[in-house]
Design a protein around this ligand. Structure first.
Ligand SMILES: Nc1ncnc2c1ncn2[C@@H]1O[C@H](COP(=O)(O)OP(=O)(O)OP(=O)(O)O)[C@@H](O)[C@H]1O
Ligand SMILES: [Mg+2]
Length: 472
């Protein structure tokens, strides 16, 4: 359940509220309770002290000098204040009329001044036990100087606190209700806020769900996405753009590959069918078989190039990189192209180097790279059949330049040269055996080597291909 962010926010929010609000309520209640009881207690203490000053001893008798002025507070049966005076053995020697038949609780052993909440005549009351120790009193009878040792007495004063406890109870209820309401409102608010906050995420996920193979155009509306989520939304959109692009390329590639494979395949089929229609002579069979073989060779070359490209395009494949002497690889590639070179009557000039330049690379892949580039320079080399190759160091890169003086290309053609199956002049290229995969393979190889490939070309002047590879 806690896997939902919404639930987590609400649970956390509620936990904070549950922990703080009741604690705050308890604190507020305790504070008011203390204030109220302190006020009652100090009132009771003053009353007890005032009464104590009016008690004196006369001829071993305890006398009370209580005037009516003082007693009006205690003597009405409806009065809310009470007092009672006991000897320490518990016997009551005086009490206020307001007490009627009731008496104030006595617990022997109480020492000093103590306060208690008791029940008096069915109402809550606050009681003070006030001890009068060895009272020395100047009684009116002994006025003139003689002093006497008095007796220990317990003066008990009480006050009905029904009003105060009712007030505290009301306060308690009001506090409880307001805390409950605040918690309920906050919880509901928290729920709404959490839901609102996550609504855009749900919207985004709906849009993402809508995107399928059939509908790649749906995008998240960034304008209506909250600021905090815009970065996420725009990365979603860029990812979708990239995926759409990759998907389109893949579709195009499949269509192109099937189209390219269909041509030699139909040559094989038609040649075989026509030849098999009737008995043929030996040379006729040979001619047909040669055409079939030629088509099969084209297919085979195409399939192996496609497989090589597929292998290179799989990001997971990392080539075995080792230090490689680049000029040796170039010479080896030129050597492998010897039949094409002699067939096209081309001269390959490799500029001499003072020392060998090392690159970090995969030997087979680099060989394939230079075969493709030199093959192009020969195939599209025009009438001036010379290819100049040079290698130099430039910063951390080893740069190899393959320059032909051939037919060249327009700039708009240059931008498409790395597309799979792209050929500037399909009919002409097919005549020279090109299938338009060479440069795609070269680009994939250079990318795997963290290098780059640059092409400069001019119609009628020629083409310079510069390959940048990292030095070992
Ligand atoms: N040096 C060059 N001069 C002129 N045009 C070139 C040169 N290199 C490549 N091109 C043009 O770019 C196209 C793509 O080249 P790429 O090497 O990918 O394919 P290809 O040579 O036709 O076939 P493949 O290399 O797969 O056998 C070529 O068909 C050609 O039109
Ligand atoms: Mg090529």
């Amino acid at each position: 359940m806690l896997s939902s962010i919404k639930t987590r926010i609400i649970v956390f929010y509620m936990a904070v509220l549950f922990a703080t609000l009741p604690a705050l309520g308890v604190l507020l209640y305790a504070a008011l309770d203390k204030i109220v009881y302190n006020a009652i207690d100090s009132g009771l203490l003053s009353k007890a002290k005032a009464l104590a000053t009016l008690i004196y001893e006369d001829k071993d008798e305890t006398e009370f000098n209580f005037s009516d002025d003082i007693m009006w507070e205690y003597n009405s049966p409806k009065a809310r204040t009470f007092f009672q005076i006991r000897r320490l053995d518990g016997s009551i020697i005086e009490k206020s009329e307001s007490l009627g038949n009731a008496e104030l609780l006595f617990q022997p052993g109480d020492e000093g001044t103590t306060f208690k909440t008791i029940s008096l005549k069915g109402s809550p009351a606050r009681l003070i036990n006030f001890y009068i120790h060895n009272k020395i009193e100047n009684s009116p009878a002994t006025a003139g100087g003689s002093k006497k040792q008095g007796m220990d007495l317990l003066l008990q004063c009480a006050q009905d606190i029904n009003l105060q406890t009712a007030m505290l109870r009301n306060y308690e209820i009001a506090l409880f209700l307001s805390i409950f309401i605040v918690m309920a409102v906050s919880a509901a608010g928290g729920f709404v806020i959490a839901r609102r906050a996550l609504e855009p995420v749900e919207e985004m996920s709906k849009t993402v769900d809508k995107i399928s193979e059939a509908n790649l155009s749906a995008r998240i509306d960034i304008e209506n996405t909250p600021k905090e989520l815009r970065v996420l939304a725009s990365s979603f959109n860029t990812t979708f753009d990239r995926l759409t692009e990759a998907f389109k390329r893949q579709k195009q590639f499949t269509a192109d590959a099937s189209h390219e494979l269909r041509t030699p395949l139909s040559v094989i089929l038609s040649q075989s069918e026509i030849t098999l229609r009737r008995e043929r002579s030996g040379p006729e069979y040979r001619k047909a078989l040669a055409a079939v073989m030629n088509a099969a060779q084209i297919m085979s070359a195409m399939v192996s190039k496609l497989l090589f490209l597929a292998r290179l395009s799989t990001e997971k494949i990392t080539l075995d990189k080792e230090p490689i002497v680049l000029d040796k690889i170039i010479a080896e590639a030129a050597g492998l192209l010897a039949p094409v070179i002699s067939q096209n009557n081309t001269r390959i000039n490799i500029a001499p180097l003072t020392d060998h330049l090392l690159v970090a690379g995969d030997k087979t892949a680099l060989l394939q790279l230079y075969i493709n580039i030199i093959d192009n320079a020969i195939k599209y080399g025009g009438t001036k059949r010379v290819v100049d190759i040079s290698v130099r160091r430039e910063g951390g890169f080893i740069v190899s330049e393959i320059k032909d003086h051939g037919i060249g290309m327009h700039s708009e053609e240059l931008s498409k040269i790395f597309d799979r199956f792209y050929r500037v002049d399909k009919s002409r290229s097919r005549g020279s055996g090109g299938i338009g995969l060479g440069m795609s393979i070269c680009q994939a190889i250079v990318r795997q080597h963290n290098g780059k490939i640059e092409i400069k070309s001019e119609i009628g002047t020629g083409t310079v291909v510069s390959i940048y590879l990292r030095g070992a």
